[in-house]
Design a protein around this ligand. Structure first.
Ligand code: OKP
Ligand code: ZN
Length: 347
């Protein structure tokens, strides 16, 4: 399997995140991608490829020009507020919630930080833009590789992407790599693309980007948002809107979900995928469904991920795997690579 590796990923390294009013160490660390890369090497799975840089216009297929402009310049604006900020991560402190206007872009940088973000759990740092941009390059390159005939590709990148919307960041995500991959496959001639989000958390960004469209089917298996991040999206009654009605499928699962129930939900997803008739598949591959994951209350085990890969291979579609969450670093490499190996050996 071709692996597009984001060599800039470690440029994005938050010092801390806010959790219940406290500053705690970041869960989303460079060690995560390092662990997956090391395991790919140990298992001798596929070729590691460095992506070529794509123009900003390619990112505008998914993200608004204003948001991209904000994100690219955010760090220098943060430091311009106060030179001492150079040693502090940037965090928002105010948001335009209900009754406040989000259609007027403020001049004040702190106000724009809030306008373009959804939480205080996502540090923006000096290297965030270069890491996120190179990750997006990986996703667009993977899409092109599939359209040129590769059966599968893996985007080994961080920060992750599925919580990022057209014009906001959050949930550790800045650019929506899965959405970029899907859109670029459509731009390259695919008629229909499906996105299957297997991360423990609902992919609210990806859902929102394609909610009114019938050329991209979005399916997500995730923890019930009543009790887990991103909290405000991911319920079963969200089925799409307008032309997109019927092209969004959420399968929320309760805390304590084990492999049997999770794999049954995957089967439901696969049946819907089969009837959709996609030309290609994008998998938002988070393995924070693992029993030992510090952010999760699901209980999949390492061997289960081999079965996941195998099941996805049976769909018989060109498939781009995009690395999302997964925080139990010791087992992370094995869990991710098990999906990829299960997929490859089933072929
Ligand atoms: C990103 B991805 C933990 C707070 C968790 C955000 C979770 C983002 C998950 N102290 N807050 O979907 O894995
Ligand atoms: Zn997650």
């Amino acid at each position: 399997m071709l692996t597009f590796y984001n060599e800039q990923h470690s440029q994005h390294q938050g010092r801390h995140e806010f959790f219940r009013g406290q500053q705690v160490p970041c869960f989303e660390t460079p060690a995560r991608a390092d662990a997956v890369l090391a395991e790919l090497g140990r298992r001798g799975l596929g070729r590691i490829v460095t992506p070529h840089g794509v123009p900003l216009m390619s990112l505008e297929r998914i993200h608004t020009p204003r948001y991209l402009h904000f994100l690219r310049n955010a760090w220098s604006e943060w430091v311009a507020l106060d030179p001492a900020n150079a040693s502090k991560d940037a965090f928002p402190s105010v948001w335009p919630v209900r009754t406040l206007r989000s259609d007027v872009e403020p001049d004040n940088f702190c106000a724009r930080l809030g306008l373009y973000s959804m939480d205080s759990g996502t540090p923006l740092t000096a290297g965030t833009w270069s890491a996120a941009k190179t990750g997006a390059d990986c996703a667009v390159n993977a899409a092109h590789a599939l359209r040129l005939g590769e059966r599968s590709a893996f985007v080994l990148s961080r920060p992750p992407g599925h919580h990022a919307g057209a014009d906001f960041y959050g949930g550790y995500c800045f650019l929506n790599n899965a959405a970029l991959a899907a859109q670029h496959m459509l731009d390259d001639g695919a008629r229909k693309v499906a996105i299957l989000d297997l991360d423990y958390h609902h992919g609210n960004g990806t859902q929102s980007i394609f909610y009114q469209r019938d050329d991209v089917l979005f399916i997500s298996l995730h923890a019930d948002p009543r009790d887990e991040f991103p909290f405000y999206l991911g319920h079963a009654d969200e089925r799409g809107e307008g032309a997109g009605l019927g092209y969004n499928l959420n399968l929320p699962l309760p805390a304590g979900t084990t492999a049997t129930a999770w794999l049954a939900a995957l089967e439901t997803a696969c049946i819907r995928l089969g009837s959709f008739g996609a030309d290609a598949l994008v998998v938002s591959l988070g393995v924070d469904t693992f029993a030992g994951d510090p952010l999760s209350r699901f209980a999949l085990h390492s061997a289960d991920y081999l079965r996941v890969g195998e099941r996805l291979a049976w769909l018989g579609l060109p498939t781009a795997f995009i690395f999302e969450g997964g925080y139990a670093v010791k087992e992370l490499g094995v869990n991710v690579v098990n999906v990829l190996e299960g997929f490859e050996t089933a072929l």
